[in-house]
Design a binder for this molecule. Structure first.
Ligand code: PLP
Length: 358
């Protein structure tokens, strides 16, 4: 029987629960309101001729680069951040290289790294999900070729600060540091402007979260001038489709739309965290568009009961250090009001907040 490479045979299939997602979708950290009307307007102008051609990425890369304050050659548009991670792994990893991931975190770092045959080393966050700088630094070996850090992190919402990240980049003589800023807009700190000072610092951004374009699959990989040509060698020239390319300038151009959504999310994040406190449910400080909440032993019942009320949230109990935890995406003001009502009812109905502690 035909078998795959050993590293692939050893992988588990990653199957996010995408079926039956009707309702208020607070389960995937997507934008819950939708993209800029300017994007929809541009979509309506797309012609058959536009779709008949292979997509040309470079002009839009130049627009994105300008938005980030970088040179076009430092920016690669990708089929979501997922593809950016995949490309970095393909470019830099082979057995017996080592990859450090800070757990709990986004699954795709480990999947793409393990698929190359590299050895994945998990560094667990501190007890309160603080970034484990000392542990990361002491886990670096001559074989460390990639360190992936999501800041803000998913599913915790915790951040690593800029000085910590740059310290890691400096301590990594023959490895790449990926700082995944998928939730940048909800936080505001970035290391994008430090890329020029390092040979090994890569940053990813996405249009899937604040911009409301998860279905179009568009992400950005930014990195050092000397490294990006290497990454481009393994990238398909057509991985970002023509429709996504056509609308990205309109998405970037409507900063009012994004800012308005982000400010509702930040406000909602504070209100929900406050309500959880008064219900005696612990949630961790988050700089992203979600909160990780310790529900306790009734986490499954909670997720089901919320679904029955038409609100989808994500059980993260299986993530390392997240026993009994559920991740709740924060949406716009109206959606937050609905979430707050449901949380109050649920706490009462399931008698939550009595046994759950941090
Ligand atoms: C930290 C992080 N990075 C990347 C992604 C995926 O981004 P994209 O939709 O651009 O592939 C996610 C999605 O949940 C995420 O949480």
């Amino acid at each position: 029987m035909l078998s795959a490479r050993k590293a692939v045979e050893n992988l588990q299939e990653y199957h996010p629960p995408l079926a039956g997602r009707d309702g208020l979708r607070l389960d995937f950290n997507e934008n819950t309101e939708g993209c800029s009307p300017g994007v929809l307007e541009r979509l309506r102008t797309i012609t058959a001729d536009d779709l008949a051609r292979y997509p040309e990425r470079e002009p839009v890369e130049a627009v994105v680069a300008e938005h980030l304050g970088l040179a076009p050659e430092q920016v690669l548009l990708t089929n979501g951040v997922d593809e950016a991670i995949h490309l970095l792994c393909e470019t830099y990893l082979e057995p017996p290289d080592e990859v450090l991931v800070v757990t709990p975190t986004f699954s795709m770092y480990e999947i793409y790294a393990a698929a190359t045959g590299a050895r994945v080393i998990r560094v667990q966050c501190e007890a309160d999900f603080r970034f484990p700088l000392a542990k990361v630094l002491s886990s670096i070996t001559p074989a460390t070729r990639l360190i992936a850090v999501a800041s803000p992190n998913n599913p915790t919402g915790a951040v690593a600060d800029r000085r910590e990240l740059l310290q890691i980049a400096r301590a990594l003589p023959d490895g790449a540091l990926l700082v995944d800023e998928a939730y940048y807009e909800f936080h505001g700190d970035t290391v994008v402007r430090d890329i020029d000072s390092f040979e090994n610092l890569f940053v990813t951004r996405t249009f899937s979260k604040a911009y409301g374009l998860a279905g179009l699959r568009a992400g950005v990989l930014a990195g050092p001038r000397r490294q990006m040509p290497r990454v481009r060698r393994v990238s398909s020239p057509y991985s970002v489709n023509a429709v996504a390319l056509a609308v990205l300038p309109a998405a970037l151009g409507d900063s009012d739309h994004v800012n308005c959504y982000v400010s509702q999310v930040k406000d909602g994040r504070d209100r929900v965290a406050g309500e959880l406190r008064s219900l005696r449910l612990y949630s961790w400080p988050s700089q992203a568009n979600f909160l990780l909440v310790r529900i306790g032993p009734k986490h499954r019942e909670f997720v089901l009961a919320m679904r029955q009320r038409g609100i989808l949230v994500r059980d993260r109990s299986a993530d390392p250090g997240c026993e009994g935890c559920v991740r709740i995406t924060i949406g716009n003001g109206v959606q937050t009001a609905r979430l707050l009502t449901a949380l109050k009812e649920m706490a009462c109905e399931l008698e939550l907040g009595r046994e759950a502690t941090a």
